[in-house]
Design a protein. Structure first.
Length: 428
């Protein structure tokens, strides 16, 4: 893997130098880079020399004068320029292992790379760290890191991750504490394994690391119809118990350090907590607080809604079961506007199975088959249904193909946490 350019920012130094998509950065100041961490460090200078391999194969040297902290305006294909550190675990709940054959190759990639954790907030287990990795983390003080803990019980963690190195989690957390590296922790709750008393014991162990823990997210295990392990879904009773365990821990810590994901409150049939519960929304990408942000944003904006539209407009909101309640609250307000009619369609995940309730795993075929024949002309979807930076669903069905089959206009909403786009589309 190389430092391949995927995009050039407009009006940047890179654009002025006529760097192009597909060019490769071979070195900065005669130093080869292994990742974006090296790149960011090396370009923080007033004078730099960059070696570039152009798309035609020619190699050119550029001498650049700039402000010390001025960015070059380059976006790379990957944050890692050498080989991504692969996952060496075989977790009982691994979603990648619960997929059928025949999907895109990228869907089967399992990384466990501390660099992606630092740069992009992906979760790592710390089971594949070398001493050299640890030295670099300490030297550069790479934090916060996002760590999948699941349990602090050594034997249970070995069982859940199917890796003997998983038993070292308390030692790893002690090392990070001594190095003063901040962390965000994650627990995938698997009933019968790490819930109940085991969860309480894990939180007791977390008390020792309060100085470096910035947040703790607890999410329910996701189970597809292809799974082969004897896993159970989180029930309403387990959801309520887990929420209470988290609340007890937070009271002891005297701050909202740990949070349950939105799914727990939906399963428990409880109201989504107020904003203060989520602190800085540090694990929003893990589904912790997304619904609260969406509802709060709409609450601020709804006072500016028009009383009526000049002409009749109709929209369908196609979403997953997980987000449906929030969307239903929003469209109940939109339907108060004269000449505006909004409906919600809750899509079932037939490809992965009905237990999978998040929008990001809805396939194009499921989307089309469940809306076909309903004659919606305007359909709003969350952009998480699409691959990042593309118009492709999970199964490579494109927006254009879906529009042609449904004879409708499809509007992907880029920012799920904001209702600005929704209101612009429906009322604008």
């Amino acid at each position: 893997m190389s430092a391949v350019i995927s995009e050039i920012i407009k009006n940047s130094i890179a654009e002025e130098l006529e760097f192009e998509k597909g060019d490769k950065i071979l070195s900065v100041n005669n130093t080869k880079m292994q990742d974006m961490i090296d790149y960011r460090f090396l370009i923080n200078a007033e004078e730099i020399e960059i070696e570039v391999e152009k798309k035609n194969g020619e190699v050119e040297i550029y001498e650049i004068e700039k402000d010390f902290d001025e960015d070059l305006g380059i976006v790379f294909e990957s944050a890692v320029f050498d080989r991504i550190k692969p996952c060496t675990n075989h977790c009982i709940f691994c979603f990648v292992d619960q997929q059928p054959k025949g999907l895109r190759e990228t869907l089967y990639i399992k990384d466990d790379d501390y660099r992606l954790s630092f740069l992009q907030g992906t979760y790592v287990t710390l089971t594949n760290l070398s001493e050299k990795d640890k030295e670099r983390i300490e030297k550069l003080h790479l934090g916060p890191l996002y760590i999948s803990v699941h349990t602090t019980n050594p034997e249970l963690r070995v069982k859940m991750l199917n890796n003997p190195k998983a038993k070292n989690i308390l030692n790893d957390l002690n090392w990070l504490k001594k190095a003063d590296i901040p962390v965000h922790l994650q627990i995938v709750l698997c009933p019968g394994y790490n819930d109940g008393d085991e969860l309480e014991k894990t939180f007791q162990d977390f008390e020792k690391f309060k100085s470096i823990i910035q947040s703790i997210a607890v999410v329910p295990v996701g189970i597809t119809k292809f799974h082969k392990n004897s896993l159970s879904l989180v029930t309403k009773e387990i959801a309520i118990q887990t929420i209470q365990t988290i609340e007890n821990f937070n009271k002891k810590m005297k701050k909202h350090l740990a949070q349950a994901s939105d799914e727990f409150f939906l399963k428990a049939n409880m109201e989504i907590p107020p904003r203060k519960y989520y602190g800085q929304f540090a694990q929003i990408e893990d589904g912790v607080g997304a619904i609260r942000l969406l509802l709060d944003d709409f609450e601020k904006r709804k006072k500016n809604l028009p009383l009526e539209l000049k002409e009749k407009r109709e929209f369908c909101f196609a979403t997953s079961k997980c987000a449906a309640k929030a969307i239903e609250k929003i469209i109940s307000e939109l339907n108060r506007i004269d000449n505006l009619s909004c409906h919600v369609e809750i899509l079932e995940n037939k490809f992965f199975g009905q237990n999978v309730t998040v929008a990001g795993l809805i396939t194009g075929e499921d989307f089309i088959s469940q809306l076909e024949g309903k004659n919606y002309k305007n359909i709003i979807i969350p952009s998480v249904m699409l691959r990042p930076y593309t118009n492709d669903f999970l199964d490579n069905v494109t927006i254009e193909e879906a529009e042609n089959k449904l004879k409708a206009k499809i509007y992907p909403i880029k920012d799920f946490y904001s209702t600005e786009e929704i209101l612009d589309i429906t009322c604008g």
